[in-house]
Ligand binder design. Structure first.
Ligand code: ZN
Length: 305
């Protein structure tokens, strides 16, 4: 474990995404020795290409001590489950019940840590981004879908599985009657405020919806309700937002903070939160790098057997 304390231990990571995968070798954002993108196709071809890419990187730069895998989901994170480390009920064709973690562990013979892409990105933000030195925080990505990485006591939350806070149903803003777009819940947070929901509602990509379009009031309300729910459950010390919708519509931050304050209605009387909302609800720090760096942060989190 000593080498892990130096911060220069050589680690490997794989960000497993729906359209592409990124293999990375290094110790952190300032020490990336190699990085390679692979198109995601069927599981067998994709995992074989990942193994080959990692092998070549290890040959060139030296073998890593640990591997982190940050995967699209849903995934099985229950260490007591026979399907631990599997991608499970994904609608992505061919990927249902794919064994990922054990396969890569056996291929390279090094300890592996496996988690969701959004949990991994949250860990990276804590290690190198906008939540450094905080043990309790949330990372919300608002893109095609809405994912929430939740870190409590310095670790991502896992029980029977991973939280799916993007699918919480929250109180609708009075007068907001759009039915929602989630195939499971219609008007959950993802069904109301994700990029795909906004495209369905507005008939154009979220990035092309004007900032003064009235629908943003509803969207900000929904995301603020999510923040209030998080604040009232795990009491995060900061809530980060990233993802394509937030990056394209920065005006949302101010609106979310205001609606968050209104939603809590004075109940959370904590100056570190309520007097500093600009800092409490704020953009993530690592941008597009959060994915691959998340895989490295996961590798760092591998517990010794
Ligand atoms: Zn839903």
């Amino acid at each position: 474990m000593m080498s892990g304390e130096t911060g220069r231990e050589l680690l490997a990571g794989v960000e497993l995404g729906g359209t592409k995968c990124i293999c990375i070798l290094g110790s952190g954002p300032h020490d990336v020795r190699a990085q390679r993108a692979i198109t995601t196709t069927d599981p067998e071809t994709t995992l074989w290409n990942i193994e080959r890419a990692l092998s070549e990187m290890f040959e060139m730069h030296g073998p890593p001590s640990r591997l982190g895998i940050a995967s699209f989901g849903p995934v099985d994170l229950d260490v007591l489950s026979p399907r631990y480390g599997f991608i499970t009920s994904t609608p992505k064709p061919g990927w249902r019940d794919t064994n990922v973690a054990a396969r890569l562990r056996d291929a390279f013979g090094i300890p592996v840590s496996f988690d969701t892409d959004v949990n991994a990105a949250a860990l990276a933000e804590g290690r190198w981004g906008a939540t450094q030195a905080l043990g309790d925080y949330a990372y919300v990505t608002v893109g095609t879908g809405i994912g929430v990485g939740l870190v409590v006591n310095g670790a991502t939350v896992k029980g029977f599985g991973h939280p799916e806070a993007g699918h919480i149903r929250v109180a609708r803003r009075a007068g907001d009657v759009w039915p929602g777009h989630c195939p499971f819940h219609s008007d959950c947070v993802e069904g109301l405020a994700s990029g795909s929901a906004l495209a369905a509602r507005a008939g154009k990509p979220a990035s092309e919806i004007a900032p003064d379009d009235p629908l943003w009031t509803d969207v900000a309300h929904t995301l603020a309700q999510l923040c209030a729910t998080l604040a009232l459950t795990t009491a995060p010390r900061r809530i980060l937002f990233g993802g394509g919708v937030m990056n394209a519509q920065a005006h949302l931050f101010g609106r979310i903070r205001e609606a968050f304050r209104n939603s809590l209605a004075g109940y959370v009387d904590v100056p570190a939160v309520m007097d500093r909302l600009d800092d409490y609800i704020r953009p993530a720090g690592l941008g597009d790098r959060a994915g691959p760096l998340g895989a490295l942060a996961l590798a760092r989190s591998v517990r010794p057997d």
